[in-house]
Write a protein that binds this ligand. Structure first.
Ligand code: CP3
Length: 349
């Protein structure tokens, strides 16, 4: 499959992620499918989260809900960053408190037991969901694939539970830095075929979520987080060659060293809400950017959402390489009418 980049039929998001001009700003939202949507809640009242992820018919249905409801410019395949950990040999569960890994990875033996996996065998359902979405959607609405960044996957694999302080994973970093680096490297190795398979199944861009990137110092980010990210992006690019779609990095909380992020090898950067988008793009050497409205802004009124969105767009007026999005995922309890106002305000311009 080829990915033409500058023909008129190339989707707006893909043109923007390549740094090309677009007649209007394209928009999608991180975590655009989920608990704030009634259709999602209906499906979830029937099936557990993991079963939903493994049912391509239902995953495709919930992936399509934000397209049908709001007309966003891309679908993101419904799954979770933690599912590949299961294919690598960990138990992954989800309960009311979020993800739970009852057999976390903490010792040399446990790291050594992590298995690389073939995504066509270990996670076939995500590939089938992507195929279904590509069949269901018009060409102008691309499907986005994704994976967790090694550091963020390690945070869950070592902690076993969501943790604010990350003392489990950072404890490992301080006690056994070489083992920590080895863990990150194994996670990177497994992520390359996982992302490449999503592109082969039809994903038009691939985003790597590094939600915990800002938890470490700049020095630790360079020492531990950067090499596995380079391995992921370099590996995917090598595996897919000329067919490689745009590769996007979301590295939350890294504004203090934003100018270092292009060293990862990503093509485009999804940025959090802390810096104005234009400043972020300047710091990134004019790379394409995606973002970056504060997700809590969607807890205002439709009028305040429109005003905040306008301000964000005015801040990047005249620039190319802009995809409108939030600075992190849609929060639980977000009123759908505020998401509608956000999308409308962007697409109106
Ligand atoms: O963007 C989308 O709509 C696609 C689906 C998607 C989900 N998770 C579905 C989900 C994506 C891209 C993710 C990414 C993800 N998952 C990240 C990175 C981005 C971020 O938000 O920081 C992380 C850290 C995870 C791990 C994870 N999964 C956590 C911490 C939780 C519990 C807290 C929460 O946000 O709900 C999940 C569960 C999860 N993943 C849900 C959904 C819709 C809720 C499951 C439910 O219905 O109970």
């Amino acid at each position: 499959m080829t990915h033409p980049t500058n023909e008129p039929e190339t989707p707006l998001i893909i043109r923007a992620l390549r740094g090309q001009p677009t007649p209007r700003r394209p928009v999608w939202l991180m975590r655009q499918a989920g608990r704030y949507l009634p259709g999602y809640q209906r499906v979830r009242s029937q099936v557990g989260f993991l079963d939903l992820c493994r049912r391509p018919d239902l995953s495709a249905e919930v992936s399509l809900e934000p397209i049908e409801r709001f007309g966003v410019d891309a679908a993101i395949v419904f799954s979770d960053i933690l599912l590949p950990l299961e294919a690598m040999g960990l138990d992954v569960e989800f309960d009311d408190r979020g993800p739970l890994i009852p057999n976390p990875v903490r010792s040399r033996e446990e790291v050594a037991q992590l298995q690389p996996f073939d995504p066509t065998v270990g996670t076939p359902w995500i590939l089938e969901t992507i195929e279904r979405l590509c069949d269901a959607l018009p060409r102008e609405t691309p499907v986005l694939g994704f994976a967790g960044a090694p550091l963020t996957l390690a945070a869950y694999a070592v902690e076993g539970r969501m943790s604010k302080s990350l003392v489990g994973v950072m404890g490992l970093r301080w006690r056994e830095p070489d083992l920590f680096a080895d863990l990150l490297d194994r996670l990177a190795e497994a992520t390359v075929p996982y992302l490449a398979a999503q592109a082969r199944a039809g994903a038009s861009a691939l985003q790597v979520f590094d939600t915990w990137a800002g938890a470490c110092s700049r020095a630790d980010w360079e020492r531990f987080a950067l090499p596995p990210l380079q391995r992921v992006f370099g590996g995917v690019r090598r595996e897919l060659g000329a067919d490689c779609p745009p590769l996007v990095l979301y590295a939350k909380g890294t504004g203090a060293w934003m100018s270092e992020l292009p060293r990862t090898g990503a093509d485009a950067f999804s940025v959090d809400w802390r810096l104005p988008l234009a400043e972020a793009q300047d710091a990134l050497g004019d790379a394409p950017v995606q973002g970056n409205l504060d997700p809590t802004a969607l807890h205002g009124t439709p009028e305040s959402v429109r005003a905040a969105t306008r301000e964000m767009l005015d801040g990047v007026a005249g620039r190319d390489g802009i995809v409108a999005n939030l600075g992190h995922g849609v929060l639980v309890g977000t009123p759908p009418e505020n998401v509608a106002a956000f999308v409308e305000e962007i697409q109106r311009a």
